[in-house]
Ligand binder design. Structure first.
Ligand SMILES: Cc1cc2nc3c(=O)[nH]c(=O)nc-3n(C[C@H](O)[C@H](O)[C@H](O)COP(=O)(O)O)c2cc1C
Length: 201
């Protein structure tokens, strides 16, 4: 598959065949993820592979934080339960679950808080590029994969329960595994490109 075809056919796929990826497959994919561009060659990406035994505790730890946020938003208790359960099911159903982190220790630091903030924003850009590498290589290898943003909202809870270095800040998870019977999402509706553009003359 050439690069253009790979970009065009990449979709978030949330249905998987049973069975996690091998260590070698995970290493291969992450070796490509970390070829992403990064600000000042900082290499800010880190990855935590969460085995099945830890999934429930991980989802519960993030869920406890999310519950507090939802209560603040006045969401009803039974709706909260449904949302937490759905989120936990996704975490458990992922054949392989990779938490993506930014290593804060790898970033440039300044005395100026706003400059530090830009460094963090740039590291998120770089993380997105790394994650897109994962999604594209997954597509090329006929794997199913999708982005899960819940760890972004509970970075401390995530770190505590999974016990990775405290300087690693969770920003997303990726669920990845074998594609269930070559499942593909319905085709996209094409939006005219000029809708996203502003030409300056
Ligand atoms: C920053 C970001 C966060 C996302 N978070 C989630 C998520 O928490 N759960 C989920 O199912 N999909 C998530 N997605 C996937 C989007 O829903 C998906 O990319 C979008 O619907 C477009 O579909 P496509 O990826 O098939 O083109 C996320 C995507 C991005 C870029």
């Amino acid at each position: 598959m050439d690069i253009e075809e790979c970009i065009k056919t990449r979709r978030s796929i949330r249905q998987f065949k049973n069975g996690s990826l091998s260590e070698k497959e995970i290493q291969d994919i992450l070796s490509l993820a970390i070829l992403a561009p990064a600000p000042h060659h900082t290499k800010p990406w880190r990855f935590v592979i969460v085995n099945q035994e830890k999934r429930s505790a991980f989802a519960d730890a993030m869920g406890a934080k999310w519950r507090l946020d939802l209560l603040k938003d006045n969401i009803k208790e039974d709706n909260i339960e449904k949302l937490l359960l759905k989120s936990k099911e996704k975490i458990i159903a992922a054949p392989t679950l990779i938490i993506g982190c930014i290593d804060k220790a790898s970033l440039r630091h300044y005395d100026d808080a706003s400059k530090d903030n830009y460094e963090m924003i740039m590291s998120h850009h770089s993380f997105g590029a790394a994650l897109q590498n994962i999604l594209l290589i997954a597509n090329q290898r006929n794997l199913a994969a999708y982005w899960i943003s819940s760890p972004l909202y509970a970075p401390q809870e995530s770190q505590k329960v999974l016990n990775y270095p405290t300087e690693w800040q969770a920003v997303a998870a990726i669920a990845i595994g074998k594609n269930k019977n070559n499942f593909t999402q319905p085709k996209r509706t094409q939006v005219p490109i000029n809708n996203y553009m502003h030409w300056v003359s």
